[in-house]
Design a protein around this ligand. Structure first.
Ligand code: FAD
Length: 277
């Protein structure tokens, strides 16, 4: 492995003791790769509200990892978010991933903020300079955006509201990332844009998830994965090589860092890291 950029790892908050043990094992293994920080997601519509701070605390205290909570404003009131930010500040978090989030189907509660740009502005107003604020972005377009240009303008609004950096939705097409970066640079956005990397473990689950979040799996990859059938070893090694090749291309093309979506598993991410050149 010859990495030239900082890396970070994303986890989700465990809810059971078994999941906590798995996170501990994964965090310990990945810590060996010296991440710049790790982040912990926030459940849709606030459903895991109480688990994210607990996990952040666990990652900091048990593992000594600088940890960044994801904060989503969908479904939360101004006062609830104020209290949550206070809590993270008290836990000495210096970094936050600020998102709109998604309401789970059937949940009608709207919060005080409609878009992530409003949350970024709120964090800036309440805690200017304390938190490094990262936001999400979508090289293949957010699925609910009116069109690709509107999505670019809405991304710029988050930068203008005070975001310090951005992490992309995962993608398997490096050109989409490069084009997105070129487009927003032309619009005057200068913040670092870090590719979000999804190592491939469970391919059928990934296909379902990708349909929902607007990430495209190129046809040739799908065909190749399907052709491997039950040959798990070939799937593992092809997926790791392909994702590592894409990471190398991204880094050589100027990506400032890599953010790995781990799904709380160490092996798929480690397989990619080991193939990086
Ligand atoms: P926004 O930036 O607010 O954009 C949402 C949509 O609204 C886009 O289509 C945008 O074009 C549009 N829009 C924005 N502003 C306007 C405007 N003024 N007028 C009209 N349209 C507008 N979800 C979770 O629930 N928990 C997590 O922890 C989590 N972590 C994530 C981490 C990363 C790095 C990424 C990329 C996504 C993550 N998500 C998470 C998913 C994210 O919450 C969803 O993709 C959500 O639908 C959009 O969030 P956002 O912050 O990008 O929203």
């Amino acid at each position: 492995m010859a990495l030239r950029v900082p890396i970070s790892f994303e986890f989700y908050p465990p809810k059971t003791d078994e999941q906590r043990v798995q996170l501990d094992r994964t965090a310990a293994r990945l810590k060996a790769h010296d991440p710049e920080y790790v982040s912990c997601t926030f459940g849709a519509g606030g459903s895991t509200l109480s688990y994210t701070p607990e996990t952040i605390q666990r990652l900091r205290e048990h593992h000594g990892l600088p940890s960044a909570p994801h904060v989503s404003c969908m479904g939360g009131t101004r006062e609830e978010l104020r209290q949550l930010l206070k809590l993270y500040r008290a836990l000495d978090c210096k970094r936050i991933v600020a998102l709109r989030g998604d309401l789970p189907s059937g949940m009608a509660r709207m919060g005080d903020f409609r878009y992530a740009s409003e949350l970024v502005e709120f964090i800036r107003t309440e805690h200017d300079g304390w938190f490094h604020i990262d936001v999400g972005c979508y090289p293949e377009m957010h699925p609910q955006a009116d069109d690709a240009f509107a999505d670019l303008r809405h991304f710029k609004a988050k930068a203008d509201a005070g975001a310090d950096g951005a992490i992309t939705q995962y993608f398997y097409n490096a050109d989409a990332y490069f084009r997105f970066v070129d487009d927003v640079r032309r619009m005057g956005v200068t913040l670092p844009i870090v590719p979000g990397i999804m190592p491939i473990s469970n391919f059928s689950q990934l296909r379902r998830f990708s349909d929902a979040c607007g990430a495209e799996i190129p046809r040739w990859i799908t065909k190749r994965m399907l052709a491997y059938g039950d040959d798990a070893e070939s799937i593992r090694s092809f997926a790791a090589e392909f994702v590592a090749d894409m990471c190398s291309r991204l880094v050589h093309g100027g990506a400032p860092a890599l953010h790995f979506y781990t799904l709380n598993l160490s092996k798929p991410t480690l397989n990619v890291i080991e193939h990086l050149t």
